[in-house]
Write a protein that binds this ligand. Sequence first.
Ligand code: C2E
Ligand code: MG
Ligand code: MG
Ligand code: MG
Length: 283
Amino acid sequence: HAKHLGGNTFQFFTDNLQACTLERLQLENQLRKAIDEGQLEVFYQPKLNLADDQLNAAEALVRWRHPQQGMVAPGEFIGLAEETGLIAPIGEFVLRQACRQACQWQRQGLAEIRVSVNISVHQLRQGNLTSLVRQVLEETGLAPQYLELELTESQLLDNVDSVIVTFRQLRELGVKLAIDDFGTGYSSLSYLKRFPVHYVKIDQTFIRDLSPGGEDAAITRAIIAMAHSLELKVVAEGVETQAQMDFLKSQNCDEIQGFLISRPVEAAAFAELLRAQRDHPLD
Ligand code: C2E
Ligand code: MG
Ligand code: MG
Ligand code: MG
């Protein structure tokens, strides 16, 4: 208790707390407005399938086009959105937008793109995620196997039982499931076996310092072998260099995602990437 530290400290503590609360309230109100006024946008980052060098998937990543501050990254507001419950309308927006977009790219004959959407455990706890997903797939016309949902390993480990129940339902629907940021949350082989997922995404921190013979290379190699032995596919994220890509290819990693391939881009720019691939295969 700050009170025990003396009068001045207590005063300092409450002032600080109030400033902080005010800032958060302002951000929360702005975010609410952003949702209502359509300031949120979905960017897409491609995944490259290493077996055939084709862009075969895209991760949907939310952005906030703030009227004064310009483009705001999700790291600035997803945490608050989770605490305030605003993650529900944000998540629903991204899900609907991403499914609509993937379906449109397919209909335009650009590519059979699988789109992945990040979900927060708060959406899962609301209890209606499965019916929301079913409804959005029907409404947009996207076949379920082209939708992937990503949940971070740390959120998953904090909510094991409810996650397993919902994941079984989603899997039943035909949707693909992924564990995001894998390797940071004290995962064990037995845990991985318990979750009915299709993909494991190796966390960027392991990819960043990949050097042959180093510790991160050993961990990456182990994750890939472990996942493959459980018949899961592996995606490496945060791939920025050719050397990282070569190493991952040598370890039979299935897909890579990172600035080496492309940064997350607007839908129109993503369509250009697909068009280039279709019209100039393997350039
Ligand atoms: P994530 O799901 O792990 O997404 C990958 C993040 O890594 C993205 O950051 C992406 O821009 C970044 N990244 C990709 N390749 C590279 C690379 O080569 N180098 C580096 N340094 N970074 C790379 P972003 O878009 O800022 O998103 C951050 C996090 O915010 C995401 O991490 C995800 O956890 C969360 N997020 C984003 N959109 C949503 C959403 O719609 N719903 C929820 N619940 N969370 C979201
Ligand atoms: Mg993700
Ligand atoms: Mg990740
Ligand atoms: Mg992350």
